[in-house]
Design a protein around this ligand. Structure first.
Ligand SMILES: NC(=O)c1ccc[n+]([C@@H]2O[C@H](COP(=O)([O-])OP(=O)(O)OC[C@H]3O[C@@H](n4cnc5c(N)ncnc54)[C@H](OP(=O)(O)O)[C@@H]3O)[C@@H](O)[C@H]2O)c1
Length: 277
């Protein structure tokens, strides 16, 4: 896969946020995006806008990827429509914010289902076909959160650590098979990621999704295994985590997350936890 023009690219989580930005940037570079998320109406709106603005084919497949049969239903639908996927962008992701015990276990488990199980299943199903064909590419969206444990985002950071480790291993296994695999590590990006929680991101400390998407695709085109598409200071945090003792890195991250109020953050549909003494 030498470039983006004329390829078919499956982008998960493409109804909004970074996924919409990836789909748009791919279309701008001449690819035909296949957009996946749960919200069919929002997906169709994005697909219509892409067709109109970039003059490329764009398809929408509404699927809950965290459902046990989500990935197999998606693959069956792709097969039914005769779509061969050249590039898989595993972008859909979710996570809780706040003390671990204050979110329901279901929320934590669902994010593992989406961020880990669905991502791995898509790599197995579509990656297997790419290796058999001898061509294709996979971009797994991890995060700067992948590089250290994160108190108050404990299960989310752990899912992203999985994505980092898994992606680096696949990149090496698939090397020479004509299939390139890359992990992307955005930092804070201005999306609706915290919608549904009381947490917010400070606009001055977030990157624009369009810029993150463009820099991710540039890095993939250059053959990177890991991409840091956010501002330089976000990348610098990943180095600190690699040189500091692990407990120190975890405590520093806890302090940072407390400064952002994440120790008091909660899901908006959950009862507010009583203050801890
Ligand atoms: N924003 C950040 O600061 C940031 C930083 C680093 C990494 N990331 C990563 O970037 C990726 C995109 O995040 P974002 O910030 O763009 O979040 P977002 O605005 O909340 O978008 C998440 C996308 O995933 C889809 N999605 C959620 N649950 C799904 C499910 N069960 N099945 C299928 N699709 C599902 C959502 O659509 P529906 O609700 O319609 O399903 C939406 O399209 C995630 O992997 C996230 O971890 C984000």
């Amino acid at each position: 896969m030498d470039g983006y023009s004329g390829i078919t690219a499956l982008v998960t989580g493409a109804s909004k946020g970074l996924g919409e930005a990836y789909a748009r940037e791919l279309a701008r570079r001449g690819a035909r995006p296949v957009l996946v998320a749960r919200s069919g109406d929002a997906l169709r709106r994005v697909a219509d806008a892409i067709r109109e603005e970039y003059g490329v084919e764009a398809a929408a497949e509404a699927v809950d990827l965290a459902a046990p049969d989500g990935v197999s239903r998606l693959i069956a639908e792709l097969d039914r429509r005769g779509r061969t996927i050249d590039l898989l962008v595993n972008n859909a992701g979710a996570g809780t914010v706040g003390p671990f015990l204050d979110s329901s276990l279901t929320r934590h488990v669902d994010s593992v289902g989406l961020n880990v199980v669905a991502l791995m299943s898509l790599c197995h199903q579509l990656g297997g076909r790419m290796v058999a064909r001898g061509s294709g590419g996979i971009i797994n969206v991890a995060s700067t959160a992948a590089f250290q444990s994160m108190p108050y985002q404990a299960s989310y950071a752990a899912t992203k650590a999985f994505v980092l480790s898994f992606t680096e291993a696949l990149a090496e296994e698939f090397r020479g098979a004509g299939v390139r695999v890359m992990a992307a590590h955005p930092g804070a990006t201005a999306t609706g990621f915290f919608d549904g929680t009381s947490a917010t991101m400070k606009p001055a400390f977030t990157d624009a999704p369009g810029r993150v998407a463009a820099r991710t695709l540039d890095a993939f085109a250059k053959g990177a295994v890991n991409a840091y598409p956010g501002r330089a200071s976000f990348r610098a945090t990943t180095w600190a985590a690699r040189v500091l003792p692990r407990t120190t890195a975890t405590r520093l991250t806890a302090r940072l997350n407390r400064a952002m109020g994440f120790d008091r953050a909660h899901d908006l549909d959950a009862p507010v936890a009583p203050p801890r003494s």
